[in-house]
Design a protein around this ligand. Structure first.
Ligand SMILES: [Zn+2]
Length: 363
């Protein structure tokens, strides 16, 4: 067993400068201007005996404070402190302009440039792996994404269709994916019902853009491109799976992803466990169950799940990064943990070859 270097495939280093002014609601601007109001509310909830609300508000405050840090380097220092010194982190930007939540102080170009600068600092050298992003709703975004992939030599692509575009949007199909495939780079995409949604996008449309099956046209046109559906479908779908109850639209995205990978039809389809595993106690046993066993489906799935956390979104949760990572290692055992945290990420990033026999065998 190697077990020497974790790659956290999913973190965010943005600050309040990257978020639209009115996100998630216009009235939340009040809290951004004066975060101590949240603490005040938390205190009121505590004396009213509403401990659960008080805890939630306190975590919201932590989250807010994390976003209030001056720059990416400070956010990075916070996440790095939770992991062994040699850990690598894939930093995923987001372009939240033109989604109906107001202006974003920092442009995508500035965001990409800041990640490129961070990558070359002594503190982050070798540890920060920046991805480029694109939002086809924003004029000029496609060109900027291409610049980050070619001139800045970023290591992959991140997209976020829930903001309001389909994963097979023509700009992506004609301009971006062909370039990503030529460069042999991986793609990360947000695949859960939570997160950021365009203001005019109803849940029904948001789900239509996000569901695993929305990627079928992409998987068929670019079968060699390594696509990771982040969050393994998301906490809602995992919780509903555990309760044996139907999820919105009557499809469970965790099950969909598991079937799509298990079928062997899409050898370059991946998923990650970021954010979802922060509901550790309820959901980690399910993860362990579906990843173990000798069936061809389970073995395929095992080789296609990546470790990621979704820092600093996870500051809204009770457990810390370190707590989740250690619990995960204990729960999955050494071999499986290092598959998710080291071998898988290296294959997905295109750094390591793998034995392809799992994908040629018949189940
Ligand atoms: Zn994320």
């Amino acid at each position: 067993m190697s077990g020497s270097r974790i790659t956290n495939c999913h973190i965010h280093l943005f600050t309040a400068q990257h978020v639209p002014r009115n996100f998630p609601f216009a009235w939340t601007r009040v809290f951004r201007k004066d975060p101590s109001l949240i603490l005040g509310l938390s205190w009121l909830a505590r004396i009213a005996g509403r401990d659960e609300w008080a805890d939630k508000l306190h975590r919201l405050y932590q989250f807010q404070q994390q976003g209030a840090l001056p720059d990416e380097a400070s956010v990075f220092a916070d996440v790095a402190a939770h992991y062994p010194r040699n850990t690598r982190f894939i930093a995923l930007p987001m372009d939240m302009r033109c989604i109906g939540h107001g202006e974003v102080p920092v442009s995508l170009r500035e965001q990409h440039d800041a990640l490129a600068r961070l990558r070359s600092t002594r503190q982050a050298r070798g540890a920060v792996i920046p991805f480029a992003t694109v939002n086809p709703l924003v004029p000029g975004s496609v060109e900027e994404c291409k610049r980050a992939l070619t001139d800045l030599r970023f290591a992959g692509l991140k997209i976020y269709p829930r903001m309001g575009f389909a994963p097979d949007h023509p700009d992506l199909m004609e301009e971006i994916y062909p370039l990503v495939s030529d460069l042999n780079l991986p793609v990360m995409t947000h695949c859960s019902r939570g997160g950021v949604q365009g203001k005019r996008i109803c849940n029904y449309r948001g789900d239509a853009f996000t569901r695993p099956k929305a990627y079928l046209p992409v998987l068929r046109r670019f079968p060699q491109m390594r696509i990771c559906l982040a969050h393994f479908g998301g906490q809602d779908d995992w919780v509903d799976y555990a309760a044996a109850q139907p999820t919105r639209g009557n499809e469970n995205w965790m099950v969909q992803i598991r079937e799509m990978i298990g079928s062997g039809e899409f050898p370059n389809l991946w998923t990650d466990i970021s954010y979802t595993m922060f509901h550790f106690q309820d959901l980690a046993p399910i993860l362990k169950l579906i990843l173990t066993g000798g069936s061809l489906e389970a073995r395929r799935l095992r080789s296609r799940v990546l470790f990621g956390s979704d820092f600093y979104m996870t500051r809204q949760e009770e457990l810390s990064e370190r707590a989740v990572c250690i619990r995960l290692r204990e729960k999955l055992g050494e071999e499986l943990f290092w598959q998710l945290a080291e071998t898988g990420p290296e294959v997905w990033l295109g750094e390591r070859d793998e034995d392809k026999s799992l994908w040629t065998l018949q189940g």
